[in-house]
Design a protein around this ligand. Structure first.
Ligand code: WQD
Length: 334
């Protein structure tokens, strides 16, 4: 069968495209190339340039490529930007989803995978976040992801579409240097960026109620995340014993917490850039102390479990960083 991957030229989308093709599925990407890089896509995956907000284009793409399932990743994804521009986030993330789902239903497509986020949980006050942990998003980005899940599930039930909502935890790493994240808005590239400029990486707060005082997160290798999409797609394609209109809402994390300080140490080890040493800065508003997934449900439902650890994430991300910032390699002190 053929899958439409919206946001397919993005960092995560291109990894999903690559994993789907490697598993023997066909795929077509839809991407407005606002953040995506067409060259990331494997040769087997054609790119349709355009937006999910363009219903007629989506309809032509579904029909023209005989698409029978959609993996929807096209969205805005920066928390701070969503606070400053909520209208833009609701427009692109929710109006985009509404337009896409309407077209999907009209085209008779019966499988839909939605890219959700641990941001739906907000500030979870639990050791391990399960899918039953209350969803209390703390910013417009997380709100659009939670409302998106509601819309996906309701549409699935009403129109007999099998749906999956995958709640990504903290994604890092790359399957190949040219597939690496080009953004500098998450901890790993932000640490690389500081060190490349000869500045101290900043630790946002060391007075949290965690073992070393810094925030703890569940980092997931983008290759594992891509495989989770393949597993979800496969389960849906096989029927998976699921009735039409059923939904799988799943955390995609590892169950292992890594602190910011541990990440700083790992980045220094992997890059060889030990100077300048990290500097403790004030807390960043809105950061929860600890967000670590329970990955039990996805293991049970899809037989998926992560293969890569945080060192492989940092090492592969660093190779991608060096490709675009070769000057960083010359700073090594060892
Ligand atoms: C991780 C930890 C920072 C940079 C965000 C979104 C989430 C998802 C992923 C999705 C935090 C600390 C960071 C730095 C630091 N978005 N940090 N110094 O905030 O957990 O999750 O990205 O699509 O919805 O909220 O990720 O990588 O920004 O931060 O100390 O220079 O690293 O305070 O504790 P976060 P992050």
């Amino acid at each position: 069968m053929t899958w439409l991957i919206t946001g397919g030229a993005g960092y995560i989308g291109a990894h999903v495209a690559r994993a789907l093709v490697a598993s023997g599925e066909r795929a077509v990407a839809l991407d407005d190339v606002s953040g995506g890089v067409p060259e990331r896509l494997p040769a087997e995956v054609p790119l349709v340039r355009g937006s999910v907000l363009d219903g007629p284009l989506v309809a032509r793409t579904l029909a023209g490529h005989r698409v029978s399932g959609v993996i929807h990743l096209a969205a805005k994804k920066q928390v701070a930007e969503s606070v400053a521009q909520p209208l833009r986030y609701y427009e692109e993330n929710l109006h985009g989803l509404t337009t896409l789902l309407r077209t999907v239903v009209e085209a008779g497509v019966r499988r839909f995978v939605f890219s959700s986020s641990a941001a739906v949980y907000g500030m979870p006050d639990v050791d391990l976040v399960t899918e039953h942990t209350p969803t209390v998003p703390m910013n417009p980005y997380g709100e659009t992801k939670l409302a998106g899940e509601w819309l996906v599930r309701a549409t699935g039930r009403a129109h007999g579409v099998n749906t999956a909502c995958l709640r990504y935890f903290n994604v890092a790493g790359a399957a190949a240097p040219e597939l690496a994240d080009t953004g500098v808005s998450n901890i790993v590239p932000m640490f690389f960026d500081a060190l490349t400029r000869g500045e101290a990486p900043q630790i946002f707060g060391d007075d949290y109620p965690t073992p070393d005082g810094t925030c703890v997160r569940d980092y997931i290798h983008v290759r594992d995340l891509a495989e989770a999409h393949v597993a979800a797609a496969r389960a849906m394609a096989a029927g998976g014993g699921t009735a039409e209109g059923s939904d799988l809402t799943l955390n995609v994390g590892t169950g292992t917490g890594v602190s910011v300080r541990e990440m700083a140490t790992l980045v220094a080890e992997v890059t060889g850039l030990r100077e300048p040493a990290p500097r403790v800065a004030p807390r960043r508003p809105g950061d929860p102390a600890r967000v670590v997934a329970s990955a039990e449900r996805i293991r049970t439902e899809l037989g998926w479990s992560p293969r890569f650890g945080v060192r492989e994430m940092v090492a592969s991300a660093w190779e991608g960083w060096l490709l675009r910032h070769p000057e960083a390699g010359t700073r090594r002190s060892e």
